[in-house]
Design a protein around this ligand. Sequence first.
Ligand code: GTP
Ligand code: MG
Length: 284
Amino acid sequence: MTAPGLRPIPRKLLELTGALRRVNRACSTFQTVAEVLRLPKRQMTKLAFPLQELQRHLTPDARLDLHVKIFDPSLEDISKAESVFTATGRNRIEYLSSAVRLDHAPDLAHPEVCFIGRSNVGKSSLIKALFALAPEVEVRVSKKPGHTKKMNFFKVGKYFTLVDMPGYGYRAPEDFVDMVETYLKERRNLMRTFLLVDSVVGIQKTDSIAIGMCEEFSLPYVMVLTKIDKSSKGHLLKQVLQIQKFVDSETQGCFPQLFPNSKEQESRRGDEETYSKGTLSRKK
Ligand SMILES: Nc1nc2c(ncn2[C@@H]2O[C@H](COP(=O)(O)OP(=O)(O)OP(=O)(O)O)[C@@H](O)[C@H]2O)c(=O)[nH]1
Ligand SMILES: [Mg+2]
């Protein structure tokens, strides 16, 4: 596989990074692509392509057996994606509304994407990171599981709507099933579901129920591995292989590539979190 850091950086990209540098990020601690590109190559690769480092630990045979597909966007693609999430006068990124029932959800023609996962897995944190260049948008995160109680809708320019969901499992809202299962089953403009799995504990029973739901409703979905800063390399590798194997053999609608994610580079401080065995109840 080509090491992305070795590719010459196209002129357009350099112009874009110059423009990005001027973006006002007063409230943000996140790094822009422009800043990441200025880092030493090894650090840059680690941040932009976190699984690439792990790939070296896979023997060629194991790679063939498990069909491990590393997510490997070009730097130009990453920059384009960043511009989608950069708020400007022409690209408005804003909170729209919250709903506890599907019939209270905004009636929009735009394609929609939603983020689901166990309570505390890092859904709101990931969305907050995506909106780092839209400082007007407030996304609330908390170390207490069950913080997000409603479906929160955000407009991302003219492109799509993004929905932050309450978590399933421990301290899930009482009306979770009516709210989220109905949404997943009936939301017509739902184009992609991002299912977040905690890299520390891997796929749990409640995740399996959610995966079953995505399969049953024939949703195209993507698995995101969160909190990778909290796992050792060895542990992360084990989780990646296990999940990749599961996706290959047990799922139809899941995209083959796994998206590793960490909300922060500086976090090694390790929030005190407990992982619950709460179950996701399902409507019969
Ligand atoms: N170390 C680390 N902590 C994270 C990461 N992502 C989220 N967290 C922490 O995990 C906790 C829960 O994060 P949230 O984003 O609120 O989780 P959620 O999935 O939205 O939770 P609910 O709204 O309760 O369903 C917070 O303390 C975050 O700071 C990560 O990548 N690394
Ligand atoms: Mg949340």
